[in-house]
Design a protein around this ligand. Structure first.
Ligand SMILES: [Zn+2]
Ligand SMILES: [Zn+2]
Length: 261
């Protein structure tokens, strides 16, 4: 049995579920950090990828979020403002998404979020930085991560949005701030219909006074209906943020019917 598997076995016998999750996440991060900078294989195709987690061929083949709405990043609308945003503009001014939430981006996001592969936050942050630079939009004053409810973050051991936001801040020199808090926990959004998601998120976040007068970018991994980011952006505005934009790794295309923004 390899040394790393022996450590994993030891972690498996930690009695507390929360401590087990935290130990797993920390251990995976250590392993990835040891590997980072050393020759390794691509997380998607397993060919040699030098010091990158995803090889250049796989990176360039990842599904881009083309022809997206500038307000909500909904793809496939030829770059014009989509019908939902025309009817009811979201509380964030613009949204940038690096990729479409399709294979294999969905696998990467799930490996980060549920598999605790924290090192994947780095290529996600890199892709978002490229998309942000290409957009030509003005830089915000603060980069803020969409927060998890504290009990959920303790259980998971990390917040994937925070890992990505910190990566963006490190790459760009922008200031990262813990400017939002999740103050109410409803049922997970994935268990709800698209229409119920907005109601579920109402009042879920609170903005910190550090946001007052600032231009703020809120970072999340995936945007589906926009209900979560809208609630967070509203909280940021209520805390006095001057301008709010959304930056997400991946955007889910909107199903054909029964959609709430
Ligand atoms: Zn590859
Ligand atoms: Zn839109």
């Amino acid at each position: 049995m390899s040394l790393s598997n022996r450590w994993r076995r030891l972690i498996d016998i930690i009695p507390s579920e929360r401590c087990r999750a935290m130990a797993r996440a920390s251990f995976d991060l250590c392993i990835q950090r040891m590997r980072y900078g050393l020759p390794q294989s691509c997380a998607l195709c397993a060919t040699a990828s030098g010091d990158a987690l995803i090889c250049s061929a796989c990176t360039s083949a990842l599904p881009r979020n083309g022809g997206a709405c500038p307000n909500c990043a909904l793809p496939g609308v030829a770059g014009s403002v989509c019908g939902a945003c025309l009817k009811r503009p979201p509380p964030f001014a613009t949204c940038i998404a690096a990729w479409s939430y399709a294979f294999p981006v969905d696998r990467l996001v799930q490996a980060l979020k549920y598999g605790g592969q924290l090192a994947l936050a780095a290529p996600m942050a890199d892709a978002l930085v490229k998309a942000i630079e290409c957009s030509g939009q003005p830089c915000p004053d603060l980069v803020v991560a969409l927060p998890l409810f504290p009990a959920r973050q303790r259980k998971r051991g990390f917040n994937q949005a925070q890992e990505i936001a910190r990566g963006i801040a490190a790459a760009t020199g922008l200031r990262f701030a813990a400017g939002l808090a999740r103050v109410r926990e409803g049922p997970p959004q994935v268990e709800l219909g698209w229409g119920e998601r907005t109601r579920n998120m109402r009042g879920a976040y609170r903005g910190h006074p550090v946001l007052a007068g600032r231009r703020v970018a809120i970072v999340d991994d995936v945007m589906t209906t926009g209900a979560t980011l809208s609630a967070a952006a509203t909280a940021a505005r209520n805390a006095g943020a001057r301008d709010v934009v959304a930056w997400v790794v991946a955007r889910t295309p909107r199903p054909a019917e029964g959609i709430a923004a």
